[in-house]
Design a protein around this ligand. Structure first.
Ligand code: ASP
Length: 706
């Protein structure tokens, strides 16, 4: 069969009517009309109906067609014709034509399917099947079948388009696509590393990159000026629904730039990427400082698709007689709230008191809340009588209250408790009340993050990573209070409450970088050990630079509006970070562990066959590196026994001499003529102490030495 003549099913059109075509693909669905057989033939481009008619196709072809089943892989030859009026199928793009088959080749048969692949009904108006409700682990176990489903296929095609768009755009802006190592040392992004043991360096490990951060900065020191990479990153973090242990990020770094360069570049790129999903983003994206984001939305990932902004009313109650508020304010606390406009119909006293005050708000970490409903020009609540006229009037003004509005306020001695409870409460209310508009996309930049966060141990840790430039350089690295006040030159891109990416302007001054490590509590020795090679690069004229990374799985999932990022990854891990298809992560054999020196990290290990009662055959097999199958054992044992007999005979003939183990005298081949000295450690066996695996007097060595 000459596939070079093959055409794509989905690309046939009424223009092809009368044409003889060769098609190849899979049987998506079929209908047998007593002799007349209709098949949906599917390839990557789409579906076309093919018809086996006893009037056109040879009897033998019709016979074989009758034996076709779902997902058989076939090739057919036939003629394109227009469908009879009334039999068109709007479910498929080629629904106005069909192909009358004259030849059929079955390329490969298929077993019965674990779930339906087909999701295009063969007849107009008929319901389609869908695997969307199939257990996800089953779909992932047979991912290659799942990938044949048009919806997943389309996701991967569009993912490819988005990646191509990124490449073309960045290339047009002078960026070079450069790969960085995957087997490397730890990169500090705040997660745990995935470690890979080295066989040739026993007990040493590579780390998989949490990001290419260190290398992209070294590329800037290396004068590459503009770099990007669609990089695979690995982070060993706790399981969360939309998180994958390995993910793809668009990693970017550039020299001689400032923040504005990235705002401009990424906004332009994001507009192009989202347009592939038919989504128009408006530029310029608004900007919000971290402090403003926390104060008005209770999070550093604000969802701006709806209002419900947080309003501070602490000052309104500065003279209050309401004892709960007074006590909280006396302890330096704050009071903030939300006006839920026009929703008093949906938020009854009962819902506010019994659901929100008793259950929902405490689940967000606050001790309680106060509610008020605006009815007939006044504010009513279970505690309204404790507030003065002036306080109630000020509240109305501050929240711009109209009849039908509902106020919810939270007071606490800790400002952080107030904002971190109001943040999720704001989202909860928006979802419950249907205030989140569909098909709306609100990107923004969040800036001026704190450079450091406090640790429980009384120190500080980087909010982003330790290479982020601070807003000031004249700080004292030992003054924790001062450190916690520093802002960073970092920026995050947030869309609809999700962080799509982030980055920063970096430190390019070696003294400042050392100062940051000192602030993080690293001694000079620790700094040298962990980042010595990196800091050394900054001794050679490092240019000012900065960059950022966008999470591509998340971005593509948002652009294609899929329910999870797993729908846009060809072979994702499931929710518990496992792969139902391959069974990864999986156990490895003792031999593999021994090979990488991991059988027993505490000292030399016993290899199989070293058991106390040593088996001579296993021992020989290990020393000679020749595997012995179970059924060969008896025969080899026989040969060994005969060899023993021969050796015994030979030794009896030669008299009572001991068998010889070493026939060559020990010589020093490095310095000929020098007398040979045996190490004392060889005699005591200590020489083998560091060997990865030891067996008797042998130890395992790299094969080059063998
Ligand atoms: N390396 C950072 C990250 O992966 C991004 C950046 O700062 O460029 O989050």
């Amino acid at each position: 069969m000459l596939f070079s003549a093959r055409l794509f099913c989905g690309q046939l059109s009424p223009d092809d009517v009368g044409r003889s075509v060769l098609l190849a693909g899979w049987v998506d669905a079929f209908r047998d009309h007593g002799g007349l057989m209709f098949v949906h033939l599917r390839d990557r481009s789409g579906i076309v109906q093919i018809v086996f008619s006893p009037e056109i196709a040879p009897a033998e072809v019709c016979q074989r067609a009758a034996a076709l089943h779902a997902e058989y892989c076939i090739a057919v030859r036939g003629e394109v014709r227009k469908r009879l009026a009334g039999t068109e199928n709007p479910n498929i793009e080629t629904g106005s034509i069909e192909v009358l088959v004259t030849e059929l080749t079955v390329l490969a048969e298929s077993d019965a399917l674990p779930f339906a692949v087909s999701d295009k009904a063969m007849v107009a108006g008929a319901p389609s099947t869908s695997a969307d409700n199939v257990a996800e682990d089953l779909r992932l176990q047979y991912r290659y079948l799942d990938l044949r489903r048009p919806s997943i296929r389309d996701n991967l095609i569009l993912r490819h388009r988005i990646f191509q768009c990124v490449r073309e755009f960045l290339d047009s802006r002078g960026f070079l696509e450069i790969e960085t190592p995957v087997l490397t040392v730890s990169t500090p992004e705040g997660a745990r590393d995935y470690l890979v043991p080295s066989r040739v360096h026993p007990r040493s490990f590579y780390a998989l990159p949490q990001s290419p951060q260190i290398f992209k900065q070294l590329l800037m020191v290396g004068g590459m000026e503009r770099y990007f990479q669609l990089a695979r990153c690995f982070r060993d973090e706790d399981l969360r629904p939309n998180r994958q242990p390995e993910f793809t990020q668009l990693d970017i770094e550039a020299s001689f730039i400032d923040e504005e360069f990235f705002y401009e570049l990424i906004e332009e790129l994001a507009v192009k990427m989202f347009a592939i999903g038919g989504i128009a983003l408006r530029r310029p994206f608004p900007r919000m400082t971290y402090a403003e984001a926390i104060e008005t939305t209770g999070t550093d990932r604000p969802d701006l698709r709806f209002g419900l902004r947080l309003v501070d009313v602490t000052d309104v109650f500065s003279q209050t007689n309401y004892s709960i508020f007074r006590q909280i304010l006396n302890r330096g606390g704050c009071i903030k709230g939300i006006n839920i406009q026009g929703q008093s119909g949906k938020l009854s006293k009962n819902v506010l008191q019994n659901e929100y005050a008793r259950e929902i708000v405490p689940s967000f970490g606050a001790k309680g809340m106060t509610w008020m409903r605006a009815v007939d020009g006044s504010l009513e609540s279970n505690i309204a009588q404790f507030f003065s006229r002036r306080e109630l009037d000020s509240l109305r003004k501050r929240f711009d209250v109209a009849d039908g509005d509902v106020l919810i306020m939270i007071a606490d001695p800790s400002r952080a408790v107030v904002t971190s409870a109001l943040g999720p409460l704001r989202l909860h209310l928006a979802n419950r009340l249907g205030l989140v508009p569909a098909d709306s996309y609100c990107p923004l930049w969040v800036t001026d993050f704190p450079l450091f966060e406090a640790t429980e141990e009384g120190g500080v840790t980087s909010s982003h990573h330790p290479f982020t430039a601070p807003n000031r350089t004249d700080f004292d690295p030992n003054n924790r209070e001062e450190l916690l006040k520093l802002r960073s030159r970092a920026y995050d891109l947030v869309v609809n409450g999700e962080e799509l990416g982030g980055g920063s302007i970096r430190i390019n001054d070696r003294q400042l970088q050392r100062k940051i490590f000192a602030a993080l509590g690293l001694t000079e020795e620790e700094t040298r050990q962990k980042f010595g090679f990196f800091l050394r690069a900054f001794d050679f004229g490092a240019p000012p630079h900065g960059g950022l990374a966008l999470g591509m799985d998340r971005a593509v999932s948002m652009i294609l509006q899929t329910p999870s990022i797993r729908e846009v990854i060809a072979f994702p891990k499931n929710r518990s970070a496992a792969c139902p298809l391959t069974g990864a992560p999986s156990a490895v054999s003792r031999e593999q562990l021994a090979e990488v020196g991991l059988l027993n990290l505490g000292g030399p290990d016993a290899l199989p066959g070293t058991a106390l009662k040593e088996n001579r055959l296993d021992h020989l097999s290990w020393v000679s590196r020749i595997g012995v199958a179970e059924e060969e054992r008896a025969m080899i044992e026989d040969v060994l026994a005969q060899a023993d007999e021969l050796a015994l005979l030979a030794s009896q003939k030669a008299g009572a001499e001991q068998p010889i183990y070493s026939v060559a005298p020990v010589v020093n081949r490095t310095r000929p003529g020098t007398e040979c000295q045996r190490s004392e450690r060889a005699r005591t066996g200590e020489l083998l102490a560091g060997a990865p695996a030891v067996k008797g007097n042998y130890f395992q060595v790299g094969s080059i030495l063998e």
